[in-house]
Design a protein around this ligand. Structure first.
Ligand SMILES: *Cc1c(COP(=O)(O)O)cnc(C)c1O
Length: 237
């Protein structure tokens, strides 16, 4: 099932790239495997997936030893400062940095291990009260503040668009995130390269690609529906 789903997602990514006049290689597919067992990730791995997204540090810590070394793990969900230590030397990027305190804590843990962690600033484009992320008008100042931290490297922006049945409704949010990224990039802030745009999920990744996404985070479209216990919550809830 996963292999077939991946083929369909690949087809749609290729079509969206073609519509937008972009190369397929400009868009990285991140398979969002939260709540899914390691066997399912292995099936995706065998079908060629190397980038996996998780939103809970514990899940990364638990799955990491069960799966091949060449997987690139992406932390895409809300991150508590006391959990950073579980993932700091396991992930290739943290997509969800939205406070100075969190950035400082990541910088500190990365420093202890002698590494520089690539990060994205999460922006709440639709200004939804239920979501994390900084406000778009605060983004430049926020990036200036965290750019001075020596053990993180800001590589772009991320957003979680509103849940909708109609992907077109999210197009303005994606378009504006790209504009924001270009604007901040033109400020040439030291230690910042605004080249990555992490946007688009199962319901809207094609629109996100048309609007310039360089990373799409697809869960349900690859692994099927998620089933949660009473204590778990979707990042999009
Ligand atoms: C769960 C999640 C996704 C994937 O959502 P789907 O709709 O299943 O594709 C993407 N990004 C974040 C931050 C998530 O929490």
């Amino acid at each position: 099932m996963i292999t077939e789903n991946l083929a369909l997602v690949e087809e749609r990514i290729a079509a969206a790239c073609a519509r937008a006049g972009r190369e397929r290689s400009e868009v990285q597919l991140i398979a969002v495997s939260k709540t899914k067992p390691a066997e399912m990730l292995r099936e995706a791995y065998e079908a060629g997936v190397r980038d996996f997204g998780e939103n809970k540090p514990q899940e990364i810590r638990d799955k990491h030893p069960l799966l091949p070394e060449d997987i690139r793990w992406h932390m895409i969900g809300h991150l508590q400062r006391n959990k950073i230590k579980y993932i700091i030397d396991r992930v290739c990027m943290i997509h969800s940095v939205d406070s100075l305190r969190l950035a400082q804590a990541i910088d500190e843990e990365a420093g202890k291990r002698g590494l520089v962690m690539p990060v994205l600033a999460e922006v709440n484009m639709a200004k939804e009260a239920s979501k994390g992320g900084i406000m778009p008008e605060e983004a430049e100042e926020f990036i200036r503040q965290i750019s001075i931290l020596p053990h993180i490297h800001v590589e772009g922006l991320m957003t979680i668009a509103p849940f909708t049945e109609h992907a077109e409704e999210n197009r303005p949010y994606f378009r504006n995130l790209r504009k924001l990224c270009v604007d901040i990039g033109q400020k040439s802030i030291d230690n910042v390269s605004m080249c990555r745009l992490s946007m688009g999920m199962t319901g809207d990744y094609e629109v996100a690609i048309e609007e310039g996404a360089t990373m799409v985070r697809v869960g349900t479209g690859i692994f099927g529906e998620r089933f949660y216990g009473s204590t778990q919550q979707d990042g999009r809830a």
